[in-house]
Design a protein around this ligand. Structure first.
Ligand code: AMP
Length: 275
């Protein structure tokens, strides 16, 4: 699935994780505003936590102002605490935090962490680790505003040097300075090989690499190797050094999906993630 009028592998909708606070540096709000505006102008929709507070609220306001699609997913328990955004394209109310993350992951073609706190970390690390386990094959990235994520990425590099994070999974996460760079890198991104060997087929013959694993995954979802953002999930080695194609061309959203319509509160859902 790609954004209209853009390159083949540019995601149509990104899960955006960011802080429920504004942080101490005004640069954070400025950067996430520019990021969200750029996504909207390129026709890339946003799925996020649904709040109107902190950097989350800045992202939603900016994308909506630029005509973008913004879907919020929020557990009922947070609707008041995080002040559900009243102007979203769609607001989905779910039962639990786990359902929120599963719903966001199912709706998104890729994941990005903007500056944020513990919640942001938890969300992006789940997406990153699900990639390693082959639960999904969608790109994961960090918007490194003013070096915000550098200490964390250095820690992961150190963990990798210690032999506890495989280089291919360390390198699978894209680190970008702005939306152009992130989308360009996502456009050529390929999923790393699934961590565990493919389970044997019933007749004892291992399933071919890249096929949907059938072993037990950490979630109730059916894992898949096919990424909607990519033309083919090859299961090949990661391609950090792959040439960066030109970023998607600027275009207003042209999807037939609802944009700017009145928010729709869907009934609480308990459906399993569809990835
Ligand atoms: P923070 O980065 O801590 O400011 O939180 C950003 C967002 O992450 C907020 O919408 C929180 O509700 C959400 N969040 C916090 N903890 C979790 C969690 N364990 N699972 C899912 N979302 C979370």
């Amino acid at each position: 699935m790609t954004a209209a009028g853009t390159g083949d592998n540019v995601p149509m909708r990104l899960a955006v994780y960011t802080g429920a606070s504004l942080g101490s540096d005004p640069l954070f709000a400025e950067a996430v505003r520019s990021f969200a505006t750029a996504l909207a102008r390129r026709g890339v929709g946003i799925v996020y936590g649904g709040g109107h507070v902190g950097l989350m609220g800045v992202v939603a306001d900016a994308a909506l102002a630029a005509g973008g699609e913004v879907v919020g997913v929020m557990p009922q328990s947070l609707v008041d605490d995080e002040t559900a955004h009243p102007g979203l394209t769609e607001l989905r109310i779910v039962g639990t935090m786990h359902e929120r993350k599963a719903e966001m992951a199912a709706l998104a073609d890729g994941f990005v962490a903007l500056p944020g706190g513990l919640g942001t970390l938890e969300e992006i690390f789940e997406a990153w680790t699900w990639l390693q386990l082959g639960v999904h094959a969608k790109p994961v990235g960090f918007l490194d505003v003013a070096g915000y994520w550098r200490p964390l990425l250095d820690a992961v590099a150190s963990m990798s040097a210690a032999g506890l994070v495989r280089p291919e999974y360390r390198d699978a996460a894209v680190v970008a300075q702005d939306a152009d760079e992130l989308l360009a890198r996502f456009a050529v991104w390929e999923a790393p090989r699934r961590r565990w060997p493919e389970p044997p087929a019933p007749d004892g013959v291992p399933a071919p690499t890249g096929s949907a694993p059938t072993g037990s995954a950490p979630t109730e979802s059916a894992p898949t190797r096919s990424a909607p953002t990519r033309s083919a999930a090859t299961g090949s080695e990661p391609t950090r050094s792959a040439p960066i194609r030109s970023a998607a061309t600027e275009s207003a959203p042209t999807r037939s999906e609802p944009t700017g319509s009145a928010p729709t509160r869907s009934a609480p859902t308990r459906s399993a993630p569809r990835m």
